[in-house]
Design a protein around this ligand. Sequence first.
Ligand SMILES: *[C@@H]1O[C@H](CO)[C@@H](O)[C@H](O)[C@H]1NC(C)=O
Length: 846
Amino acid sequence: FLSNTMNSISGLGILLDATDNEYMINCCGVVSSWEFYVKTNSGTVKLQIWRPEGGGQFKLVGENSYTVAAGDENDEFLYTVPTNERISVRDGDYIGFFTAGQPMISHKSEGDGTDGYTYSTTIGAQTVGSTYNWGSQTADTRKEYAINVRLVPGNSPTLSNLDSTVTFPDSTAANTLMFTVTWSDNDPLDILTVVMTTTTSSFSFDTTNGEVKNTGALPYGNNPLSFRVTDDCGRTDTGTLTISVTNSVPVITNLPATADITEDHANEQLLYTLTVTDDSLGDSVTCSIASSNPTTTNFFSRIVSGSTNYGIYIKAQPSLSYDTARQYILTISCTDTKDTAQGTFTVYVTRNNPPAFTNLQATKTIAASTTTTGSVIYTVTSTDSDSNQLYYNMTCAPAACPFTIHNSGEILSTSDLSQHTVPGYDLYVYVTDGKTLVGPRTLTVIISGINTAPVITNLPLAAPLTVPENSALSMSVFQVSVSDVNSADTHTYAASYTPSLGSTLFSLNTATGLISTSSTQNINFESVSTTATTYVITITATDGQATATDTLSIVITDQNEAPVFGKASYAISGNEGAAGSTVGNPSFDVTDPDTGESLFYSIDCPTFVINSNTGVITFSHDYDLDKAGTASSVTCTVTVTDGDLSDTASLVVTINDVNDNTPAFGSSTYTFYAQPSTGVGTVLGSIAATDGDVGSFGTVSYTLDQTSLGYEYFGVQSNGDFYVKNGLTSFSSGTTVTLTATAQDSGGLKDTAPVTIVIPESTTAAPTTTTDRHVTFLEDSRNIAWVTVASVLFAGLVIFWGYLFVRFGSFPCKNGSYKPNAQKVSRWPPFDHKENVRIVKSMDMI
Ligand SMILES: *[C@@H]1O[C@H](CO)[C@@H](O)[C@H](O)[C@H]1NC(C)=O
């Protein structure tokens, strides 16, 4: 053995052969003994098994300790490890050792470079299970250590308390501990794995503590469960646990029991509800009638509605007879399919005689007027040989009849029938003894003297009635008609109006039912339409007891109403004028009740035009009061119309005269001849002017401007005669004076003309004014003076007269008084009308 050399380092730890694996373990087993040589030093050596974990880390999986007493050194030791301290080893483990004091195990320096080891002087004592990083320690190959380990295969694990059987009832709660599986291994460091190899959802197995539990209701019968334990060398043991589950039996807790049933029982009925218990967690129990003595099909069992319990029933229309079978003993079986519980239920049949009516069917007549609430109208009687108390009820037709029946058999009125309208009822009466219902039997009730309600026969109408506005007062609108089975009844009427304004527009004769328009209130559409134009009249007709009600709708319709002048006569005034000029606006105050109407005016005087919309009056043609026969005031009739209806008023139109003509002298200049001796008052000639106006505007007055003469020598008479007003003696012969004459009308319009008065040389034969002839000629007021300027104007006159002759023809000289002796003619007069023309023959004039 390698015993020649010793280290001298305390606390040395050695891991053998981590470099060339010569000392690596290559089997699965346990350490049975260590063999080593101890040289020089006594003490305790730690004999170790290390397991690599990668990355240079090693785990100390086991350690045996051996102490060499002083004096025992320098010897070879074989340490047989006690069974309970054997270290389990695995393929790939390494051995090592550690001495806390001086080294004990010797070595030899072989120097072949192959026998490797790793050493550490700082590792210190390690506890089993800890890891140490040998990879970071120093490796060497110079020494071989005197140590050896011997391995044996090791022990198998065992399941210690199988195979066994445990028994539980099926009422056992879930998660109850059934059994605890135990296992062991003589190799204390083996790693054991235990599994339940049976696949089941009913049981759970805890691999840590070995507990077997039920996950829910236990399955009835034997449940074998297999287990296996395995150590980390793959050695195994198996065993079986049998869990035997027993059934909890059902128990009927409320049998025996009994029921009574009458022999004439008719309906299906629950007789008894069974109470059954079963402690099993997963069982459901069904019950049935297993047998009957005597045998019958009258009874059956099923789950009671709304419950989980079974009931015992009697079927509908059973065949029961007291005389044939007075009792039935029913055997009731309830089973959970594994065990069955039984009990007996006894049905006793009792005898019953049904009640019988003794006074129905029947007919009863009662008086409507005397039947009041609570009046007994009939008493039903019946008999029953084996029942003392009978019970009545009834239905009636028509339904909701005013009667009720008491258990005494009395039928009472539930209301006062004096107002009743249904003439009769059939009452369907039942009687029962509490077991058997008998009936129905009919009581026919006739109600006499019943009042029938009146009926309005002509309402409602298919369409509303139409009443035009302005209908006559008290006009009949509608006659309500009523029929009544009770022909002797008299009826009165009442009405209500919607809207209530209708009560002022219409009235109802309460005795006759005639609806009329109001006797005092005219119906004005425009006024009522702000409230409503449709009125609903609710009419009730009563015979004193009963009423009939119906409605009548009336629609008030609009009527066209005439426009009306506010006054009978209107007056306007305006000035004369041309066609189209405005005379004035009479401002007619016309009213029309109808809203939105368009009104038009017309006038019957052709002289005027009226604006159809505004009423303004204009002239239809030129209107000139200066024309003879033209009226200054005209009375016309004006008509206003809405297109359909109209009204008239008189219109007095006053036309004012207008000063529309200017006076005009007959000549642009005048020349008169006088002598200084011409006498005062002598008329030298006429300067008369004309004015187209009639009346005051046509009245011309004359003035002369003689301021240049220094004295008023001349004057003009109102007829235009120019005369010597004061003596001319101060003028010498050969003098010519000129002054201005003005003709002015009353409206201030005027014309002027120069007047020249020539006083010739006394030696010269001057043309003289022949006053006589002149005056004679002017006696006809409508004639104009003619003045001749003899030589100067003669040729012109001839041409002019010639023209006149061609134009107007030849006129006879009226009375031969015309003289061809020429007067001064300055211009042709402004005649407008032929009748004013006075012409002489040109030849006469010549
Ligand atoms: C009358 O009474 C019987 C027994 O109580 C009942 O079955 C029936 O429905 C009742 N009929 C009327 C109309 O109330």
